[in-house]
Ligand binder design. Sequence first.
Ligand code: FAD
Ligand code: UDP
Length: 366
Amino acid sequence: IVGAGFTGATLAERLASAGKRVLVVDKRNHIGGNAYDKMDPHGVLVHRYGPHIFHTNSKKVFDYLSRFTEWRPYYHRVRGVVEGKEVPLPFSLATLRALFSPRLADRLEEKLVSRFGYGARVPILRLREEGDPDLKFLADYVYRNVFEGYTLKQWGLRPEELSPSVTARVPVLVSHDTRYFQDTYQAMPKEGYTALFRRMLAHPNIKVLLQADWREVEGEVRFDRLIFTGPIDEFFGYLHGPLPYRSLSFRMEFRGRPWVQEVGTVNYPNEHPYTRTTEFKHLTGQDYLSHTVLCYEYPEAYEPGRNEPYYPVPREESEERYQRYLEEAKRLKGVYFAGRLGDYRYYNMDQAVARALKLFEELNDG
Ligand code: FAD
Ligand code: UDP
């Protein structure tokens, strides 16, 4: 198995428990993939590859991971700076109240509830199709103040140049729910992600080889089956041209006081070169510390060898190219692709685990 992230670790654990001998190879010097976390020199638990908050509607995934960790209940809250004010995101009925006069907020709330129903989740690109002048005003306001600048920064593209599923991750909420996610299960691994991964990979049938790029060790390993969770285009030597990815750089900032932010993350759609700042202590529950660390995320172009392919870019052009790689993949016997990079899909952690569990079932049947 190439890659020791959620996809590789889940497959390794499942196959090892089914009696297979598994070698996990990762080019990094640690397990956990992008979910890796570590104590910094000041004893603050930080996520090296940006903030990771666990949320899922899948009981199956939650129960599976619960074998390897206890949980700390945590509801992630995000505020966005809009017209100089910190307001709750996703944009909800609470955000209407924070930004508009009570009269206007009442009218917009009434229109949203009667058009979509209380509790609805309305993607911004969907809201923009509305004809009613009030809803049109609201859609344009939210588009301009929350989505346009952030998306240009994050992707270098406008919202409508990406698959609608991207901005639909953060829909307009026709409710007063101020949580960032509405999933049934929301929690953080009590001792962190790396501890969870250590337990997943502790099976005696699993060997882990770190600091080893697959291309370097390929010729020296004998295997019946290979599961590749790195970039599928890289595996095929960019045969059909490179798939686009978006990268980020993270700046960790130490602050000598207990707290800086009132909530886990603050988004900056309209100012600064960074998209958001996250204060890890909110996520991890280290509220006993008298100092804190913030993470700033700066989007950048992906340059192989210099930075990491953090995000596949969901849009038509890249999907067409991905399909060509998928055709290549289908022709190979005994080689399987999975994960955010192997499937070229914008998976959250729970989706990576669900995908891995499904692939395991297919492998176990076949
Ligand atoms: P990865 O974690 O990327 O693991 C792939 C591994 O393969 C890596 O360790 C890599 O080093 C290794 N690899 C690649 N190529 C090779 C090679 N040639 N040889 C050897 N090893 C190789 N999800 C959530 O659910 N909640 C969040 O809050 C959240 N926040 C995120 C924030 C950021 C900034 C990012 C980038 C992602 C976030 N995610 C979040 C998504 C989450 O990181 C992924 O869903 C998850 O890590 C995918 O797991 P994976 O195993 O498929 O891939
Ligand atoms: N988004 C935005 N403004 C925000 C939050 C999100 O425009 O304040 C858009 C943006 O395109 C972003 C996408 O919605 O990339 C998904 O946001 P999410 O918070 O899920 O991003 P992730 O945590 O995966 O980086």
